[in-house]
Design a protein around this ligand. Sequence first.
Ligand code: UD1
Length: 375
Amino acid sequence: AHLLCVVAARPNLMKMAPILAALARQAPTVRVTLLHTGQHYDTAMNGQLFMDLDLRPPDICLDVGSGNHAQQTAEIMRRFDAVLDAQPPLAPDAVLVVGDVNSTLACALVAAKRDIPVIHVEAGLRSGDRHMPEEINRVLTDQLSSLLLTSEEGARAKLLREGIAPERIHFTGNVMIDSLRQQLPRAITPAATLRAHGHACPPAYGLLTLHRPSNVDDPAQLEALLGTLGELSQQLPLLFPIHPRTLAGLRLSGLEPLLARHAIVRLPPLGYLEMLGLMQKARLVLTDSGGIQEESTALGVPCLTLRANTERPVTVSDGTNTLAGTQPATILALARGILDTGGKRGRLPPLWDGHAATRIAAVIAPWLAARRGPP
Ligand code: UD1
């Protein structure tokens, strides 16, 4: 059988690496083509991660780059469709997509229209917030998928409510945590990371990331958030690796100098091994990322999510995550609470055990074989 696997943006890579390794190990007869859409293209957002994760270079690159949602999604669809028409035809038996980025939906839509079955890893996550572009991508990708592999237990009920047939859903666990457990021994120490970027390492620090459009695209919202975080930084210095989207927002709104006035240490987007090292030793993580909510739960580090909702509720019910919203007073009170008490300890959610990819391969390989029928 031939499986075409799609990656596109930074958070896809930590998910794909263990899946490819498990398929190579458990299903060596499955031929795997790795396609990169090029949604993320900077070395810091892409190239470094391939090295950190021992991910092999993609077989096909679409080089789509950035654009608004319609342009980016359309361009991915157009180029992916053209690749499937290549001579000789690629003719995959299925297309595997991960996560919730624009490329996930674009490639799922192209495949489904061509009657190529779609496998979605990280299916059934819902924030309930359709203002989030990722939520639209999640809902639609799941509707288009033949096989839905979930990372947390509650996802199943959400998919059933949306009319997905139960036999298509498999709870395989969180593949992001496979990468985390595998790479943690190689994590780079905070002192080394900070030194490499020209800073001294504070004895205690919080780790901050921001990139959601709702937080960084609106200058007033970004300014209010940074004011709050600046105040917190007087008590606990904050390390802030800045996403390109956020940097653009900071520049556009003239807010860059604000960082220097507070104890907010600005860093470029970091490698995976650098990030793991910083997260592991942080007193507190403040983020609007999805993956970092999960990683902080897996590491047992308290996390404040700077959003009104999360599509990963198990990080709140079981893990170390608290939804802090974006109100200054609430964020400060919650952060100070964590500094006083140490914060939520949490426990590891079910099947966040480092073996999700093994279970994924165990579902996919026989499924592909059955669809293909006897040779
Ligand atoms: C995308 C995903 C988001 C994910 C995030 C992780 C969608 C809708 N969003 O958001 O779910 O959490 O990736 O990073 O797919 N840029 C660069 N270099 C790059 C990539 C982006 O400079 O390598 C800049 C460009 O100016 C671009 C902006 O960042 O316009 C946003 O990039 P884009 O891929 O559109 O969305 P993200 O905000 O990264």
